[in-house]
Design a protein around this ligand. Structure first.
Ligand code: EPU
Length: 417
């Protein structure tokens, strides 16, 4: 299994090009199931989760054409299997995103229920409740969700909590339903907005994009289109944290600063000088970061997917900070690993208190989820001695060429196969 070897190498300087967002690319690929015409996607990040989604669609009978450098075309005109099997779903929870579009377009879908995961139990009850409100018959049998509906019907659905993939699943399902669907308490994450924008290009009628209430007037059919995946705000935020910790001056290209205001504000509070244009962000950090308090909440507030990286920064910051995680019940798995590197963090329930230390020391560490792995890479960039991050297949699910991108700005980081 691959590992990363990291040795501190001072300031980071130069430019990094940001990839398309994983969490936008996955639902966009699933949206191809809504049309018999071709969906052409560009700026798709080459990640393990993207490959898994490709396999999932191919297993259903989709033709997938790709140049293997960020461009894909999907042809779902010959779908002959409406099942997402356990073998794939267990490796990627986002597989649940085929449920809404498959059911809506083909009248039936079977998707293995994703189990719990390292960061929380993550049920999908809101996805199912919404589809049932739209008239689907849903059965849970042998670990699978089995859904049927001749044609879904528009409904008013109030979601119990803000759920990103829940909103995406119901939004896709509603585009082909009979009548008007109103989704209340919808997620407003930029990745949801990106999906909605693409669906509109495909001929969907959606009002309220980017707000908590989405109104969808179902249409008879959708057509193909071409769409570029929104830049990855979490990848961008991760690199900004790297610079805030190691110091230096870095410019991020092809970024989307408008989707990450709160992260930029927190970095400014930590002492970084941030400048941004339409599609670039520059960070200049010459001092030790100052500790900043964090509370994760749905967009536009602070993202849970940046919590671990900010904890790594706070671990070496001047002062103490409080980090409250309100989205997932078990997303502090990186705390003991950071402490093994010399951090002073205590966590109880959903709150962690981080007392900044002057120095971390390199160690062999591993993480059980994607963003926790990223936080250990950041810690390795500033720790004394050598850090080995194990189990980096988690990182490969969500960061494209992370060692190359960080290496290009001066980090000493090497993949060991
Ligand atoms: N929830 C329920 N019932 C549901 C759906 C969600 O109780 O039916 C709960 C979850 O257990 C969680 C909260 O609601 O406590 C929010 O979960 P959400 O559904 O929003 O998460 P998700 O859609 O499964 C997406 C991202 C995650 C990201 C979260 C939160 C994708 C593919 N995944 O997950 O990304 O952390 O939203 O923003 O979009 C990552 O990229 O590392 C990652 C985990």
């Amino acid at each position: 299994m691959d590992k990363l070897k990291i040795t501190a190498n001072g300031h980071l300087n130069g430019e990094i090009v940001i990839s398309g967002a994983k969490n936008a690319a996955l639902p966009l690929m699933c949206a191809a199931l809504l049309t018999k015409e071709r969906l052409h996607l560009t700026n798709v990040p080459m990640l393990r989760d993207v490959k898994t989604t490709q396999k999932l669609l191919q297993g259903m009978g989709a033709r997938v054409m790709t140049d293997n450098v960020h461009e894909f075309e999907f042809d779902c005109s010959r779908i002959n299997n409406t099942c997402a099997p356990y073998e794939l779903v267990k490796t990627m929870r986002a597989s649940i995103l085929v449920l809404g579009p498959t059911l809506s377009h083909f009248g039936e879908a079977q998707v293995s229920l994703p189990g719990g995961c390292a960061i929380g139990s993550r049920p999908v009850d809101q996805h199912l409740k919404g589809l049932e409100a739209m008239g689907a018959e849903i059965l849970i049998e042998h670990g699978y969700v089995k859904a049927r509906a001749k044609r879904l019907k528009g409904a008013r659905i109030v979601m119990d909590m803000v759920t990103v993939t829940g909103t995406e699943n119901l939004l896709m399902a509603a585009t082909l339903a009979d009548g008007i669907t109103v989704l209340e308490n919808a997620a407003t994450e930029p990745e949801v907005t990106d999906l909605a924008d693409c669906l509109v290009k495909m001929g969907a009628d959606i009002q309220g994009i980017g707000t908590r209430t989405l109104t969808i007037r179902g249409v008879e059919k959708l057509h193909g289109c071409s769409h570029s995946v929104v830049p990855d705000r979490i990848e961008a935020g991760t690199f900004l944290c790297a610079v805030a910790m190691a110091g230096g001056k870095v410019v991020l290209r092809r970024a989307a600063p408008k989707t990450m205001q709160v992260v930029l504000d927190k970095l400014t509070e930590a002492g970084a000088i941030i400048e941004a244009g339409d599609d670039w962000i520059a960070i200049d950090m010459q001092n030790r970061p100052k500790a900043v308090d964090i509370r994760t909440l749905p967009y536009p507030a602070f993202p849970t997917d940046m919590q671990a990286q900010f904890m790594a920064m706070n671990a070496i910051a001047e002062g103490s900070s409080k980090i409250v995680e309100t989205i997932f019940e078990n997303r502090f798995m990186h705390v003991p690993e950071l402490n093994r590197m010399g951090a002073d963090i205590s966590a109880e329930g959903n709150t962690a208190i981080v007392k900044g230390v002057e120095k971390l020391s390199g160690a062999t560490v591993m993480a059980t989820d994607l963003r926790a792995s990223a936080c250990l890479v950041l810690a390795g960039l500033v720790a004394q001695g050598e850090t080995i991050v194990e189990r980096i297949y988690h990182l490969d699910r969500g960061y494209e060429n992370i060692e190359q991108k960080l290496g290009n700005v001066g980090a000493r980081i090497e993949r060991i196969s």
